[in-house]
Design a protein around this ligand. Structure first.
Ligand code: SF4
Length: 794
């Protein structure tokens, strides 16, 4: 069948045959997925085969799961080729009676918090978007971004057709024409220059959209390139590498048990702005305040008194890039003062840790991190004295020169105080789609980048190497790029150098629905359907949630005529490319079927009492609570000897690099980023309701630093770094630690050719025009925080 027809088919709903153990299946009870207000609706008719026979042989062959951990993995399913069946719930919505008001329930996919939404529509018009009070996980909470989902839907700048560049103009073309053009150009470039001449970059939204997760590799895997990159290496790579080294799997990520802890120590995280990250925690402000309400304590360590620090019991300023020094001081104090607690977890190497960090006392570390030694010691004592405590380090401590050391130390502090794998401490989830059990554990440094010899992790190279791989001549030079839901010009270090590299490419394809700062360099742009036009299952963030939760929601709006979901686009590309190069494609199936298989194979699937399947989840449109997190790490360890490795060799080596690091001059300014709840990385600046009011992209600077440079509050300034200069407005802010300036990431929309009308009216400057692609963590993660800059009057 033609892929473009796939939307007309429906998956057959599985008969309701669920056993409900202890009556505990639903946090919100049985509800229909879409309710009519004006008259009771009947479900759309079903059709088509839905449940493939499930055998154990399917388990290791669900390729999209392998892809999530291994970008180089390939789909290989034991199931025979089958018709593509897909339920979009569309034809019912196109019926005349759909002028009635309908109420839909859906998870918001925009950030990691996955809040439940209640969306009212009339026909294809969105009437309202509100928090869903019946969602037991998010409890009615939403942030302003969710309301802007209607602006994405209605945005005149959003692309609705495949586009081809013609000089400085863009021309709408057919899907078939686009596929053929892409296949021809990529095949020809690979033929001339080899597989690695094509690079791939996948942006952050890739993991918020399960159709992208399941199918991008169906096409991208055919290219067999080692030049794969993603937003991981400007974000959370140190988390994955630490878990890979210590627990044997990069996705075995302990998350704070925020609802049961008595003491939460947050470093480099601002959940009130981010809504939680590597910690899926909707309604986080209430959850943090609840710690204090039950007599607990919240401590925030950050070079800025952030929104989260403002509601904490204690806030400590730390010098950017020196969180590792503070963490060493804490761990050293725990050992030195006998504040550790025995753990029953299987563990190797903890005595080597004690020896290795013996020199890193609170007193020795104080000058580096800027926290007085007595405060470090007292923090260690308070943490150890709490019955249940958890240390959590996020973006600010990952995206710095010692990001992996920081994440290793966070794990060790939880471990030696007995708070790892303990209720109220740090726990691993047991999600319904369990990526830890269905994927391999990851690999590190199996190969290196061509130019700077940077190590791969899980099949991806550090994105800091992307520009040089395009610019540096020689065998293996990148000549073509595919971007998927990404904007690396604004998201990765030294964006100007990357622009220069993009300008020299022979061919570029973007799967995206905007002409943004990166995709403006593309030759072809393929836009997928908008978020509310496709269904949603959150495979990634259920893995990181502070409770075990699961949900599946059908689309809210019909797929427009001629539009394609992103997974359909990847199948179209794969068919065209495979046809051109004479490769036989393996069969695939729609994401819904893959998810159904994964659910039924999972811990709550066919072999459990719950017998979860995708069809079963349709009865829980407000989400299904599977219970609180419980200790499970010992049985989930994936290290070869099934024991925690407390002293990975890579970390011991990096101790030497840390000890030898030259210290920044006292008069230098250090740049950090910041987040705002109305922003979402490099996008969502094109919606009036999110950018209205006072601008939020200025440089924040302590008044004493401004005075020292004879600068006035509100003055235009130039910020210089090794790689570039930007001009911005500087605001005096007592929030800032003296010696530190802050510029949020994701801005800088005033580039020529960007077709984001509202964003261009309030463009801001890109902090990644200042960040340095040479400043990296041992993992290859970019050190976006702690960049040395000079600030002067413009
Ligand atoms: S916090 Fe995140 S998931 Fe929740 S409504 Fe806002 S953007 Fe959506």
């Amino acid at each position: 069948m033609r892929i473009a027809d796939a939307g007309r088919h429906r998956l057959q709903r599985r008969p309701r045959d669920l056993a409900e153990p202890d009556g505990a299946l639903g946090g919100a009870g049985l509800q229909t997925g879409r309710q009519r207000v004006s008259r009771p609706g009947k479900r759309a008719a079903d059709g088509g085969a839905y449940r493939p026979a499930l055998t154990d042989a399917c388990r290791p062959t669900i390729g999209w799961l392998n892809r999530l951990a291994f970008p180089g993995g390939t789909f290989d399913c034991c199931l025979r080729p089958r018709r593509l069946e897909w339920r979009d719930n569309n034809s019912a919505m196109r019926e005349p009676e759909m002028s009635d008001i309908s109420v839909h329930h859906r998870a918001c996919h925009l950030c990691e918090a996955i809040c439940g939404l209640t969306i009212q529509t009339e026909g294809e018009r969105i009437l309202s978007i509100k928090g869903d009070p019946l969602d037991s996980f998010s409890r009615g909470h939403i942030c302003p971004k969710a309301v802007a989902l209607q602006d994405i839907q209605n945005d005149p700048d959003r692309l609705r057709h495949p586009m081809r560049r013609c000089g400085d103009e863009w021309q709408a073309i057919s899907w078939e024409e686009a596929y053929e053009l892409v296949a021809e150009r990529l095949a020809e470039i690979r033929e001339r220059h080899g597989s690695n001449a094509v690079a791939i970059y996948q942006g952050n939204p890739s993991v918020h959209n399960y159709g992208l997760t399941t199918h991008s590799n169906y096409f991208l895997g055919l290219l067999k390139t080692r030049n794969r990159f993603s937003a991981t290496s400007v974000d959370q790579l140190p988390h994955h590498l630490t878990s890979h080294l210590m627990y044997g799997h990069g996705l075995l990520l302990p998350v704070p048990d925020i609802d049961h802890t008595d003491f939460m120590l947050i470093l480099g995280g601002n959940p009130l702005a981010s809504n939680g990250s590597i910690m899926t925690v909707p309604d986080v402000e209430k959850r943090l305040k609840a710690i204090r309400a039950r007599g607990g304590k919240l401590v925030v360590v950050d070079p800025r008194r952030s929104e989260t620090a403002a509601i904490a019991d204690q806030h400590l300023f730390v010098r950017p890039g020196q969180d590792a020094a503070l963490l060493f001081g804490l761990l050293n104090t725990l050992f030195e003062e006998g504040l550790t607690r025995a753990s029953e977890l299987p563990l190797d190497g903890i005595e080597e840790v004690r020896t290795a960090i013996a020199a890193f006392s609170a007193e020795a570390m104080s000058a580096r991190c800027g926290v007085p030694a007595e405060q470090i010691r007292q923090l260690a004592r308070d943490f150890a004295a709490a019955d249940r405590a958890v240390c959590y380090g996020r973006m600010g401590v990952s995206t710095q020169a010692f990001g992996t050391l920081c994440q290793w130390l966070v794990q060790l502090i939880n471990l030696v105080t007995g708070n790892l794998d303990r209720v109220g401490g740090a726990l691993c989830t047991e999600p319904a789609v369990d990526l830890v059990e269905t994927t391999k554990g990851g690999h590190f440094d199996a190969w290196r980048s061509r130019v700077s010899q940077l190590p791969e992790y899980g099949g991806e190279l550090p994105v800091a190497a992307l520009a040089e791989e395009m610019l540096e001549p020689g065998e293996g030079q990148v000549r073509a790029l595919i971007t998927v839901a990404g904007n690396p010009v604004l998201s990765t270090p030294n964006g100007r150098k990357l622009e220069q590299a993009l300008d020299g490419l022979e061919f570029m394809l973007s799967v995206d629905f905007y002409i943004n700062e990166t995709t403006r360099y593309a030759d072809v742009i393929l836009p997928p359907t908008a978020p509310l036009e496709h269904d949603h299952y959150d495979a990634t963030f259920n893995l990181l949630a502070v409770r075990n939760v699961t949900r599946f929601n059908l689309p809210v709006l019909p797929k427009p005529e001629g539009a394609l979901h992103d997974w359909e686009i990847f199948i179209g590309l794969a068919e065209a490319y495979a046809g051109r190069v004479g490769v036989e494609l393996k069969p695939t199936m729609p994401p819904q079927q893959m998810m159904d298989l994964a659910l039924r194979h999972g811990p709550y699937g066919d072999k459990s009492e719950r017998k979860l399947s995708l069809a079963a989840l349709e009865d829980y449109p407000h989400g299904l609570d599977l219970g609180p997190l419980k200790p499970n790490l010992a049985r989930r360890l994936k290290t070869p000897n099934k024991r925690i490795q407390a002293t990975p060799a890579l970390m011991l080596d990096d101790l030497q690099r840390f000890a030898a690091q030259p210290q920044a001059g006292a008069d230098e300014l250090l740049l950090i980023g910041r987040r705002h709840v109305r922003s979402n990385n490099s996008w969502m600046h094109n919606y009036q309701r999110l950018v209205k009011g006072k601008p939020r992209h200025q440089l924040l600077m302590h008044p004493t630093d401004m005075a020292a440079r004879a600068l006035q509050d509100g003055q235009r300034v130039r910020v210089h770094s090794r790689v570039g200069v930007v001009e911005v407005e500087a605001l005096a802010s007592e929030e800032m630690m003296p010696g530190v300036v802050s510029l949020p990431h994701g801005w800088g929309h005033a580039r020529p050719g960007v077709q984001l009308d509202i964003a261009r009216q309030q463009p801001g400057a890109s902090c990644n025009d200042l960040t340095d692609e040479r400043q990296l963590d041992v993992s290859g993660n970019a050190a976006l925080n702690g960049v040395t800059v000079q600030v002067s009057a413009a």
